[in-house]
Design a protein around this ligand. Structure first.
Ligand code: SAM
Length: 307
């Protein structure tokens, strides 16, 4: 809304110099933007400036510095336990419904966190849209990271149409349902009943009828008599290497295993991978976890006798 303001009309070529001088002398109103008018520029000034007259001005929108946060659908996760800053953050984006503060690190077998609600609707549930897919997540009940979105696309691009895929640690299904776009079939297993509940829901939400959800410990998958898989996703960075032998047994010769691992040294898991799969491996950094530790992904082409 325009407001009445004292202003000084100065020729355009003198405007910048005059503006600086007024600023130094504390005579410029910094909340308003200088406004061109014909050959002059109107500088918003205080009443004391000689020659100042009243005119209409648009206020400059205030620059709000938002607190550091991570977005997951309509939820912002803040790094500081600061309810005042959380209210500012909530007001800054219409798409936000809740601001959370993590009260614990990602922990336990289910890889979940405890949260305090700092502002907004008291919930840990939200809907995430990722490359046209929709995932309902509950951050307190099941793991989900929006930061892996590009990693999922990288693997999707690497795939052939009709592949048989196994997601050993599927969570609420972001890898499984993304890869289902090209796969013939995806078997998606997780140990956490709440994650599998959301996985089933997300399969229906995205009409991904070629994804088969399973409440299962990945360690038992080898006993179920599956035909060999073309591709296996192992996204459990804290413990996936322990399941590599199981994965290698389930993968066809020439198939691919994507092993996510938390490590402190480059190539930390290469000796294990070579021993278990005899395969070709490429390693890349996915993201930093903490100083000196990072999540790496090993793309392994499994070698089997006769291949
Ligand atoms: C880091 S999360 C990854 C989830 C999912 N892939 C994603 O990207 O959102 C690891 C998941 O593995 C599950 N998990 C842990 N141990 C498992 C096991 N032995 N068998 C199957 N799932 C397991 C956890 O419940 C958790 O949902």
């Amino acid at each position: 809304m325009r407001r009445e303001q004292w202003c000084l009309a100065v020729p355009k070529r003198e405007a910048e110099q005059t503006r600086r001088r007024l600023l130094e002398e504390g005579l410029l109103d910094r909340r308003l933007k200088p406004r061109p008018e014909g050959d002059a520029v109107l500088l918003p000034v205080t009443e004391e400036v000689a020659g100042a007259v009243r005119c209409g001005f648009e206020p400059v929108p205030e620059q709000v510095v938002l607190p550091r946060h991570e977005l997951v659908g309509g939820i912002a996760i803040m790094q500081d336990d600061d309810p005042e800053a959380a209210r500012v953050l909530l007001a800054s984006r219409p798409s936000l419904h809740t601001v959370l503060f993590p009260e614990s690190p990602v922990e336990g077998e289910y890889r979940t966190r405890r949260f305090a609600v700092l502002a907004g609707i008291p919930t840990t549930r939200t809907r995430v849209t990722e490359y046209g897919l929709r995932f309902d997540v509950d951050l307190a009940l099941a793991y989900f990271s929006a930061r892996l979105a590009t990693e999922r696309q990288r693997i999707l691009e690497d795939m052939e149409e009709g592949e048989r895929v196994l997601d050993m640690f599927a969570g609420v299904g972001p890898f499984a349902i993304t890869l289902a776009r090209k796969a013939g079939i995806v078997v998606a297993a997780d140990l956490n009943p709440a994650a599998v509940h959301l996985l089933v829901h997300n399969i229906a939400l995205n009409r991904a009828a070629n994804v088969i959800p399973m409440l299962a410990d990945a360690a038992h998958l080898a006993r179920l008599g599956f035909a060999p898989f073309d591709r296996i996703i192992m996204n459990l960075p804290m413990a996936a290497p322990q399941f590599l032998a199981t994965a290698a047994g389930l993968c066809r010769g020439g198939g691919t295993i994507h092993l996510y691992a938390l490590q402190e040294e480059e190539g930390e898991y290469l000796p294990l991978i070579r021993a278990v799969t005899s395969g070709e491996v490429t390693e890349r950094v996915v993201r930093t976890y903490s100083p000196g530790k990072w999540h790496a992904v090993y793309d392994i082409t499994v070698k089997k006798e006769g291949c």
